[in-house]
Design a protein around this ligand. Sequence first.
Ligand SMILES: NC(=O)c1ccc[n+]([C@@H]2O[C@H](COP(=O)([O-])OP(=O)(O)OC[C@H]3O[C@@H](n4cnc5c(N)ncnc54)[C@H](OP(=O)(O)O)[C@@H]3O)[C@@H](O)[C@H]2O)c1
Length: 502
Amino acid sequence: MTESCSIVIFGATGDLARGKLLPALYHLDAAGRLARGTRILACGRRQPDRNAWMTVMRNALAGSVRGELDEEVVSRFAKRVDYLRGDLRDARFYAALRDTLDQSHEYPADTVFYMALTPSDYADVLENLDDAKLLDESRGWRRVVLEKPFGNDLPSARALQQKLAQHLREDQIFRIDHYLGKETVRNILVFRFGNVLMEPLWNRNSIDHIQIIHAEPQGIKGRGATYEASGALRDMVQSHLLQLLTFVAMESPVSMAAEALHAEKLKVLKSIRPIPDDKVTQFAIRGQYAAGTVNGNKVIDYRSEQAVAAGSHTETFAALRLHIDNWRWAGVPFLLRTGKRMAEKQALVAICFKQPPQQFFRASQVHCEASNWLLIGIQPHECMRLEMTVKAPGEALATRQTSLDASFRKADDPFNDAYEELLLDIMRGDRSLFLSYQEVEQAWRIVDPVLQAWSQPGDDLHFYPAGSWGPSAADDLFVDPCRFWRNTLEPCGCGMRKTQGV
Ligand SMILES: NC(=O)c1ccc[n+]([C@@H]2O[C@H](COP(=O)([O-])OP(=O)(O)OC[C@H]3O[C@@H](n4cnc5c(N)ncnc54)[C@H](OP(=O)(O)O)[C@@H]3O)[C@@H](O)[C@H]2O)c1
């Protein structure tokens, strides 16, 4: 249970607030994890008053919560929530906000300001909050939550940080990446640092390469204008996938405290070899979906989506090969891949181990022996699976792949959405699963050469049919033809090998 606080949501009428934040707060309330005095002030423009807002909130909850809406919880939750209408560009709004928070004794002094807004609005909103003395901590703490993206590139991230630093200390800033709140992502830390089994193998001596994948069958859900300004590299790679990489690759931190974790993650990001400006095509592949069939439905090509330019070269697919120049990872490629309108929803980390030093089954016609894999399924299947080669029963000496499952979730375990855990962390003041500015800056440094190259149209933009696994050009990122992208958590096809002698 956390202490009571006030949660002010700017952009409470938007998609994020309706689809994620309010349902997460409802679930926390339902589970008795919100302190009794915690109050939520929803700020928006679209809804004229509290009544209209309550209808919106109820519909949002009905459409997003797990299971049936519990009327008792809804009515308890509704008592915590109020609505303040106003334009964030208007100084009068901040005076009204201050009056609401100060004059009503119902609002605890400790306050979270959640910016569920377009990032370009962050700096102005903060300046206005500061001018209205709403960031003053004389009566209680003030924490500000910023959604990704933090900047659009390295210079804009720096400029934003400079503005934030005029109003806030670093420990007041919570840069959220909701991926880090996912159970399986946090389980990577437990799996790595709560067991001794893997540590001797977790390095260049045993690991051949590591894949980090986020594929989704959805397109851009009518958000053409936003996606045109972003693309897959900014949307997924700079944030979620590089963060996952740090969890997999970092050294053991001295503790699980925020500073210790941030320091180790930053070391990994700093060790990533820069991609040379003139060699981007060797390390990065961009793609865009053409028309195709997804889950049995015909879908249009990206360029025909609403608010997308007819000749757009925005990438809906990005794949990168990165190298970490340190003792643990020298020579181990990290392959990152993400795409929209892909064949299936699949987010996973796939760790491919090296093959045994001696091949006993030389007489086999099989050229590529199956490797051991450790698969960490993030969504939709949360799992931890170790693939091994075993003998297939029968007379002939045949092998097949089987897997050891470290079951992650029991049937009756509670399910918590990433936002629930992260919101609790914000209320507790725990920044360990939030991003430090240095991490963000370093992540922009890594992708910046690719962003520069991809800012121009070019024949390196590969079109892939919607419903596929992306352009085949991405296979070339594996220099060795025996390596391949893991599209599934099922034992891979090459696992069944008939051998003819020892
Ligand atoms: N949607 C998601 O699932 C998701 C996931 C991860 C991260 N994010 C990030 O979350 C942030 C918000 O995204 P979103 O999808 O929720 O955007 P959105 O649907 O466009 O909502 C934007 C919100 O900002 C409010 N707003 C804009 N200008 C305003 C002004 N001048 N005064 C008052 N309110 C103003 C809008 O209020 P009115 O509509 O009432 O005018 C609306 O509530 C973005 O940084 C995005 O990258 C979103």
